[in-house]
Design a protein around this ligand. Sequence first.
Ligand SMILES: [Zn+2]
Length: 398
Amino acid sequence: MTNDLLIRNVRPLGGVLTDLLIRDGRFAEGSGQKGARQIDAAGQIALPGLVEAHTHLDKTLIGMGWYRNEVGPTRNDRILADRKAKRELGIDARRQSARQIMQTLPFGVTHIRSHVDVDTEIGIANVNGLVATRAAFAGLVDVQIVAFPQSGLLVRDGTLALMEEALKAGADIVGGIDPATIDRDPVRHLDAIFALADRYGKPVDIHLHEPGELGAFCLELIVERARALSLQGRVMISHAYCLGMLDGKRQAALIDALAAERIAIMTVGSPSAPALPLKLLREAGVIVASGSDGIQGTWEPWGRGDMLERAKFLAQRNGMTGDSDLEATADICTFGGAAGIGLSDYGLAPGCHGDLVLAAAETLAEAVALIPQSRTVIRGGRFLVRDGVLSEDLPHVE
Ligand SMILES: [Zn+2]
């Protein structure tokens, strides 16, 4: 009896045809023991499990009927609509997060970092919901929970104490949001969340939409705190639109500062926001990750959560069309995400976790351009999805 799985005729990352062996849950050298299970990948490419580095699993409306979006244009309008929807629609964070995970699993998304709302109306109910979902999918889809003060941290009394409660209840990461424009006190906001991260030994992930020089100022405050607390490799800045709005010299100085403190940047490549200098960031050694942000919610009506499609969006937003460009955006949605959210032993090399996605394409660039469907998803040698069909032994989702 052997639990080896041999995947024959496969192109790892779009390279030359070869075989991949998974033994005891990890990639291994060799061709497997006699009688090992085998599948013929028929020339498909293999990618390691796709990484969703930024979404909001607790707020998707998947399966709840169409939400008529009449939300105003400002961030505050959207935050208010978001809280109202939570009150009136009865969005169950446990159920909704499971629905999104099951929607994106056939795409090959096996690692997810989700920001999860913490506020004085719902307390830590959504974090508790996500903790239950994380347990239900343990070993199948990894879920990281960011305690996220969506409505502000200091402007709503009691939120900071709830953030601490969220960490005690199982949140993995301390979140923050627009410290200047929402709390209107960037130093105190950032001091508070970095102190919490330091006390609990947690990473930090901050939504920073603030534009231009204001965003740059807050970004510098984040860099200073990451340096002071030796949080290299444990801080992510999500969106960081300011990086796409500054002159070359100012932009380059900020990029160097990010690289020095190994602060990762997450960008969704939104068509309605400034494009980030992806090439400059990566050339400077900054880790760049990507995510879908909220999908099918009150903030935005669309989104499927396919991180291969996200690689295409990133390329389109940045005017990238060459094969090496598309390979770079695929890298952002796999290895970049993995580095950004702190995964270990990630990849297709011997010794790495045996997690992969098979997609019908000759090369990575073709996969990013054409987004093949009917993928196969394997985790630790176990089939979670075969030719687009979910395995029957996955958790039941209402
Ligand atoms: Zn977000």
